[in-house]
Design a protein around this ligand. Structure first.
Ligand code: ZN
Length: 477
């Protein structure tokens, strides 16, 4: 979209935000909700379709009515301008160009959090996080992150000291993009993405957007010298897409037919990208497909070389390029910083310095410039504070759900045999029945407990990472 239309577009978006807010907070909606809630038959079974819908409609109505229209419009305008300022600042790698916008956005976020209300013992971050993951609080995130951090750091350190890390030659191999596209489409089809109910296109930043289980749009990206990035992006977005295609169409456009929250959504993408796509069993099936698509260009790589390259662990500056283990450290840094921005412990002007210090401390890296530092992600420019932890929560849910699926499908060997034979339908069917079909009947924590029998914990993710990476690096478990 042309930069010259920014003011006009900002005005249009603000107008739409106001109209949406007016309709969402119409007092008649409150009357309808109250009338339904007083009908004992409708709410008797909390897992019934009607009760689920009522609960979530009440949740969003109560949330919307707490925000004054003035604030909704101000936020819409500030984030339109913020995204543009962020893009320019990133281009110039100069945080100062973005700082005034971010300052304004953080001030509005604080106002928004105060309007939602902060529970006793809670903090502003909690109020904002509800918009992305109902039930998630800074406290509940910290309870999971705090024990995870030292274990991840310990694992990364052990891998760093390994004398024979796997080579990344395969990842850096130059391969024609049109052949890469044939390959990733084949994988997308094999894992169950239904192309009669969705599309796969190309964009700079891959995403999945669905309007209905019958119309799910994905994008991926290609680079000449990184087929693993194209494959990982495709399997990741396919995971989101499989969830969207698996939601109950008969409940479309109601909470009963919607995804639980961002964490569970992310668990679906991470499972196909990581638990499946980086496994030795998957590559037992994928190697012949790879050779068929790329011919002699890949002939010098065997199964072990490709699996090794897919699982290299190396601290880097960029979150979206991070491996499975260091990725979570990127998230923990952002969580701590946005919490401090909201509480006022960190001034916006001091963000680059705090960011760079965190990368030095947690990843052992010097950040050379703002573009590869605190300007790399779009989220804060969109006012999305309280969002980042859902990525790591997704990794944790993914590992825990995958263990449950594996047990239900006959154990690790049986599942490996299925993957090696290109049979991904049993896993997808299990996810359809145990996760997708429920829509929002249960919140994330309740769904996890129901499906896995345990509350969310760091153990399955650590078991997954240690169990796979230590042997690959030749390190004693
Ligand atoms: Zn995702």
């Amino acid at each position: 979209m042309p930069a010259g239309g920014l003011d006009q577009r900002s005005g249009q978006l603000a107008e739409l935000a106001q109209i949406t807010h007016e309709r969402a907070t119409d007092p008649r909606v409150g009357e309808w909700l109250a009338a339904c809630e007083s009908d004992a038959e409708l709410t008797a079974d909390p897992a019934s379709d009607a009760a689920v819908n009522l609960r979530w409609w009440r949740h969003s109505y109560d949330r919307s009515t707490k925000l004054p229209a003035r604030l909704v419009v101000a936020m819409s305008r500030a984030t339109s301008a913020g995204k543009a300022a962020w893009a320019q600042a990133r281009e110039a790698s100069d945080f100062k160009k973005f700082a005034p916008s971010l300052e304004h956005i953080v001030a509005l976020c604080r106002e928004e959090a105060d309007a939602y209300g902060v529970a006793a013992g809670g903090e502003r971050w909690d109020a904002l996080a509800q918009g992305y993951e109902p039930g998630m609080t800074a406290q509940s995130v910290a309870e999971v992150f705090d024990p995870l951090r030292p274990r991840l750091a310990g694992l990364i350190e052990r891998l760093r000291e390994a004398p024979h890390p796997p080579s990344d030659d395969f990842t850096r191999l130059k391969l024609p993009q049109d052949q890469q596209e044939v390959f990733v489409r084949k994988v997308a089809k094999a894992i169950g993405f239904d192309f009669s109910r969705g599309r796969l296109d190309v964009s700079t930043h891959p995403f999945c957007s669905g309007t209905h289980p019958g119309d799910v749009r994905l994008t991926t990206r290609f680079a000449d010298d990184n087929v693993n990035d194209a494959l990982g992006s495709t399997m990741h977005e396919c995971g989101h897409g499989l969830y969207e295609q698996g939601l109950p169409a008969e409940h479309a456009n109601t909470p009963r037919g919607a995804a639980v929250g961002l964490s569970i959504h992310e668990s679906q993408s991470r499972m196909w990208e990581n638990q499946v796509g980086r496994s030795a069993a998957f590559w037992a099936w994928a190697m012949p497909q790879l050779k068929e698509c790329f011919g002699s260009a890949v002939s010098r790589f065997d199964h072990a070389a490709v699996v090794g390259a897919a699982n290299r662990v190396e601290p880097g500056l960029i979150r979206v390029e991070a491996d499975e283990a260091t990725y979570n450290l990127h998230i923990m840094i952002r969580f701590a910083l946005e919490r401090a921005l909201l509480s006022g412990d960190l001034a916006v002007a001091d963000l680059p310095e705090a960011w760079n210090a965190a990368y030095r401390r947690d990843l052992g890296l010097e950040v050379p410039d703002d573009a590869r530092g605190c300007l790399q992600d779009i989220h804060w420019s969109m006012g999305a504070l309280g969002y980042f932890p859902t990525y790591t929560m997704g990794n944790l849910y993914s590992a825990q759900l995958f263990e449950a699926a594996r047990d239900a499908l006959g154990g690790a060997q049986a599942l490996d045999d299925q993957f090696a034979a290109g049979e991904f339908a049993p896993l997808l069917t299990w996810l359809r029945e145990n996760v997708h079909a429920w829509g929002r009947t249960h919140d994330s924590a309740a769904l996890c407990l129901k499906v896995t029998g345990k509350p969310l914990s760091a153990e399955p993710l650590m078991r997954h990472l240690e169990g796979k990476l230590l042997p690959l690096y030749g390190v004693q478990a």
